[in-house]
Design a binder for this molecule. Structure first.
Ligand SMILES: [Fe+2]
Ligand SMILES: [Fe+2]
Length: 189
């Protein structure tokens, strides 16, 4: 369910990104690329809704949650720079999603869950292009304004650190709920 929640937010984020970055005079083919990504996120949302139904659930059965710490309040203007957003979302977050989908796909294959395996394979194919889109436009925008490169790299590192904390927390949670076989809270194995 949290993947579906993230896909809904993907439509919202990339839809706004496509429209709002036009005010910052980004190249028109960057706008086109992110309009296409918004379309991809809509398909992922539909795909995950159908998968949820296939698993016997439906939208609304579980809370709409998103993993990881959430930010409240005002976001500083400089963090809304397109290059910083690309570093955080396309490169760090979608890179993380790619790894997660690969793990789910492998697990589904081991369990013989063909549809889940197939859907994540399909989703991963799109995520590869989303990470590449982020890398490409981050580089292009940094060529125009070189200060963006260091700031984007720092934002990406900070975000990746936060994501690895989330992964560790999830692994500890799984360990703690696996019948107490991992009582010190560490990652199993
Ligand atoms: Fe997606
Ligand atoms: Fe994506």
């Amino acid at each position: 369910m949290s993947i579906l929640s993230a896909e809904f937010r993907g439509i919202d984020f990339f839809g706004r990104f496509t429209v709002e970055t036009q005010e910052q005079y980004v190249p028109w083919h960057m706008t086109l690329g992110f309009a296409r990504q918004t379309f991809d996120e809509s398909r992922h949302t539909l795909l995950n809704m159908k998968l949820l139904e296939h698993l016997g659930s439906h939208l609304g059965e579980y809370p709409d949650i998103i993993l990881g710490p959430q930010r409240g309040g005002e976001i500083p203007e400089e963090e809304l720079d397109p290059a910083i957003l690309l570093a955080r979302i396309n490169v760090a977050l979608e890179g993380f999603a790619l790894t997660t989908f690969e793990e789910i796909r492998a697990l589904a294959r081991d369990l013989g869950e063909e549809l889940i395996e197939h859907c994540h394979d399909y989703n991963m194919a799109d995520e590869v292009t989303h990470v590449a889109l982020g890398d490409y436009w981050l580089e292009r925008l940094s060529q125009e304004q070189p200060w963006r490169k260091d700031r984007a790299r720092a934002a990406q590192e900070e975000f990746e650190k936060m994501l690895s904390m989330v992964r560790e927390m999830a692994a500890n949670f799984v360990g703690a709920t696996a019948g107490g076989s991992n009582q010190n809270g560490g990652t199993p194995g």
